[in-house]
Design a binder for this molecule. Sequence first.
Ligand code: CO8
Length: 263
Amino acid sequence: MSETLAESVRVHKEGQLSHLVLNRAAHLNALNPEMLQTLLTHLERLNKNEKVRVLVISADGEKAFVAGADINSMASLGPRPIADYVELGQRVMRQIETVRFPVIAAVHGYALGGGLELALACDLIVAADDAKLGQPEVGLGILPGFGGTQRLIHRCGVAAARRLVYTGEIISAEEALRLGIVDKLVPRGEIIDAAYAWANTIIQKAPLAVAASKRVIRESQDQCLNAGLRLEVAAFLELFPTLDREEGMDAFKHKREAKFTGK
Ligand code: CO8
């Protein structure tokens, strides 16, 4: 690994089974632009390393996988930088979806907003029994902007996607399993073992067949997904200049209830 890559994403293992660890626990691993760029650089590099057969993504810290995009980093951004931020997040999620090998998210604690969107971009999601998942963006005056509106529909169907996105409700790991948002539920201490067990099963199979399967499954959804992702970015950028978005983010910063006016 290049020593210049930031510490916000740690390479825990690199080989047939590779493992990246998100490492910004003091901020609940909130995805700021620097962390997204680091993740993108690692993904591009791993994709060129022919040894890699499966990637596991997990996160450090007791409380969270990822509590979202970094609200403090985005709150005061103007139109161009916010467009760059949302497009960078979209590129990272798309890169996860298009790398040659399956990617497994090992999710514990909060997986909210951009954090759930990161997990949804992965091929498989193992959740710990303490996981709490949701898309709380409407409480900030925005909508999921890293592909959540689209990938939720693909994972759990339009009805559950509507409920989660409109209400911002945070659901338990059990409910996420029932809805098909996560693929497996294990005790908190066993998520890495469970992710590695799946990874090792996949590694035993024919490499070209696994890679072709990933590509074909993805390409069957791509036309609809790509159109939906463009709509999502446009809606996000329309909402960002509103007073409700300013109020939602100011309320988060000052740990108070938001008062929305629809403006
Ligand atoms: N961004 C920035 N900082 C955060 C975030 C976040 N998303 N989440 C938590 N933090 C910080 C807190 O501000 C706090 O910092 P400090 O200690 O300096 O006050 C620290 O992490 C610990 O958090 P809390 O004290 O709040 O911990 P609690 O256990 O009390 O609460 C929660 C945990 C419930 C997870 C709470 O932190 C929370 O509600 N976080 C925000 C969740 C959220 O709304 N996520 C969605 C963010 S928006 C998003 O993801 C949009 C993605 C797509 C578009 C992006 C375009 C740029």
